[in-house]
Ligand binder design. Structure first.
Ligand SMILES: C[S@@+](CC[C@H](N)C(=O)[O-])C[C@H]1O[C@@H](n2cnc3c(N)ncnc32)[C@H](O)[C@@H]1O
Length: 374
C-alpha cells in the first residue's frame, strides 16, 4: 500500500473523496484542496484514469522542514534518488509555496532540480536532463509554513485537460469542476440532463462521459507515471482495457444543451465531437425562454449563467436569471434546477424556492451551486 494525495479545486474535496472510495481507495481522508488515500499500483492507475474531479495525483517522496532555499537543497540532496530514477530519466519540478521563508517558487524548483542533478553528477558523473513538457520524473514541491512535501506527480499535465477542448474560449467551466458539480447534484446518468445556457458544452460533455461510464483519462495519450521505475505496463494496459470494455455505446437518458449564441453552440458541437459524444448529445441554438424538456421523465437541469462580475453588469443579467426560473417553473415540472454562480444577488433573482446552496471555488472566484425547487 502506498499513500497518495489527489488534489482538486477547493469545495470539491468531499466529491473527490467519494470518487476515491468508489474506486476502492483505502484510508480516504479529505483535506484542504484534495484528499489523502492509500492503494496499490492498480488503484493508482485507476485513479489517474477515472477521477473526474482531481487535478493531480501525487505520491509523496519526502516531507521535511525548510525555511530557506539552502535547507531545501540539503534536504533534497539527502534523498536516495537512485532508488527512484537514473541519470537517463528526464526531470521537471513544479513548485508552489505559501506562508513560508521560501517565497520564490521558481527559484525553489531550480534548487530541487540542482540538488538532484548534483547528486547524480557526484555519484555517476552524469546528470539527468530537464524536460518540462513530458518529464519521465515530474516532481511537485509544496511548501506551506516551512513544511515541504516533495512528491512524484503521476500525470504532470493537469487531469482536467481531457483532450476534447482544443481552443480555450472566453468563459468555459473547468472540466473537473463541471464534473464535480454534476456529481454533487447526485445525478448518475440514468435520468435526463439539460443545460440551456451550455456555452461550450462542458456540462453536456462531462455528463455524457459520466452516463456512458467513460473514464475522463481514456483519451489521454500520456501520463508521467509511465516513466516511473516501477511502472507496470501490463497492469496499466489491463486497467485501460477493463475501462474501455465498460464504456456504454448509448446514453441511458437524453442529454441536451442549448445556447442563444451560434458561436458558442458551434464550439459545443466541436467539443462534443472531439469527446466522441457528438452523435449522442443534442445541441441546439435557442433562447433559454424557449427551452423545453427532452422527455416526459424529469431530470436535472444545471446551468452556469453569466455572473455579471463587472460593475453595472449585474442589472443586465437579472432578466436572464428571472426568465430561467419562470421558464423552468412553467415548463419543466419535476426537474431539479441547479445554478452555478458567484453572484448571490443574481441567484436570488430566480423566482423559485432555494433548497440548497454549496460553496465551490472557480479559479479565484467564490461561487455557489444553488438548488431550487421546481
Ligand atoms: C458563462 S457561459 C456558460 C459557459 C459554459 N458552462 C461552458 O462551460 O462553456 C453563459 C452562457 O449563457 C449564454 N446565454 C446568455 N443569455 C442567454 C439566453 N437568453 N438564452 C440562452 N443562452 C444564453 C451565453 O451565450 C453563454 O454561452
Amino acid at each position: 500500500m502506498t499513500r497518495y494525495f489527489a488534489t482538486c479545486a477547493r469545495g470539491l474535496e468531499p466529491v473527490l473523496a467519494g470518487e476515491l472510495r468508489a474506486l476502492g481507495a483505502r484510508a480516504v481522508e479529505p483535506g484542504r484542496g484534495g484528499a489523502h488515500f492509500e492503494g496499490d499500483a492498480a488503484l493508482l492507475y485507476r485513479a489517474c484514469l477515472w477521477l473526474r474531479t482531481a487535478v493531480r495525483v501525487l505520491r509523496p517522496v519526502s516531507e521535511f522542514e525548510c525555511a530557506n532555499p539552502d535547507q531545501l537543497y540539503d534536504a533534497v540532496r539527502a534523498i536516495a534518488w537512485h532508488e527512484l530514477m537514473t541519470a537517463d530519466h528526464t526531470l521537471a519540478v513544479d513548485c508552489n509555496v505559501r506562508d513560508s521563508g521560501i517565497t520564490h517558487s521558481q527559484y525553489a524548483a531550480r534548487r530541487v532540480k540542482d540538488a538532484i542533478c548534483d547528486q547524480f553528477r557526484d555519484r555517476t558523473g552524469r546528470r539527468p536532463s530537464v524536460d518540462t513538457e513530458r518529464p519521465m520524473i515530474g516532481l511537485n514541491l509544496h511548501v506551506s509554513k516551512n513544511r515541504a512535501v516533495l512528491s512524484l506527480d503521476a500525470s504532470w499535465d493537469s487531469l482536467h485537460k481531457r483532450g476534447y477542448r482544443p481552443i480555450q474560449t472566453i468563459a468555459p467551466l473547468n472540466e473537473a469542476l463541471a464534473a464535480g458539480l454534476l456529481l454533487h447534484t447526485g445525478w448518475t446518468g440514468s435520468t435526463p440532463l439539460a443545460d440551456p445556457l451550455c456555452g461550450s458544452g462542458t456540462f453536456c460533455v462531462e455528463g455524457a462521459w459520466l452516463a456512458l461510464n467513460r473514464p475522463p483519462g481514456l483519451t489521454r495519450k500520456w501520463f508521467a507515471l509511465q516513466g516511473w521505475q516501477d511502472f507496470d505496463r501490463e497492469l496499466w494496459n489491463a486497467v485501460r482495457d477493463e475501462a474501455r470494455a465498460g464504456v456504454k455505446k448509448a446514453l441511458p437518458a437524453p442529454i441536451v444543451g442549448s445556447d442563444v449564441h451560434r458561436g458558442a453552440l458551434d464550439l459545443a458541437r466541436q467539443n462534443a465531437k472531439a469527446a466522441g459524444v457528438g452523435h449522442l448529445v443534442k445541441l441546439d441554438v435557442c433562447d433559454v425562454r424557449a427551452a423545453r424538456p427532452p422527455s416526459a421523465e424529469p431530470g436535472v437541469m444545471i446551468v452556469n449563467p453569466p455572473y455579471g462580475e463587472r460593475i453595472g453588469e449585474e442589472d443586465e443579467w437579472k432578466p436572464l436569471y428571472r426568465a430561467l426560473g419562470e421558464t423552468v417553473g412553467a415548463h419543466w415540472p419535476g426537474w431539479k434546477l441547479f445554478v452555478f454562480t458567484s453572484n448571490s444577488r443574481l441567484a436570488k433573482t430566480v423566482p423559485l424556492k432555494v433548497v440548497g446552496k454549496a460553496p465551490f471555488f472557480n479559479g479565484s472566484l467564490d461561487c455557489f451551486l444553488w438548488e431550487y425547487q421546481v
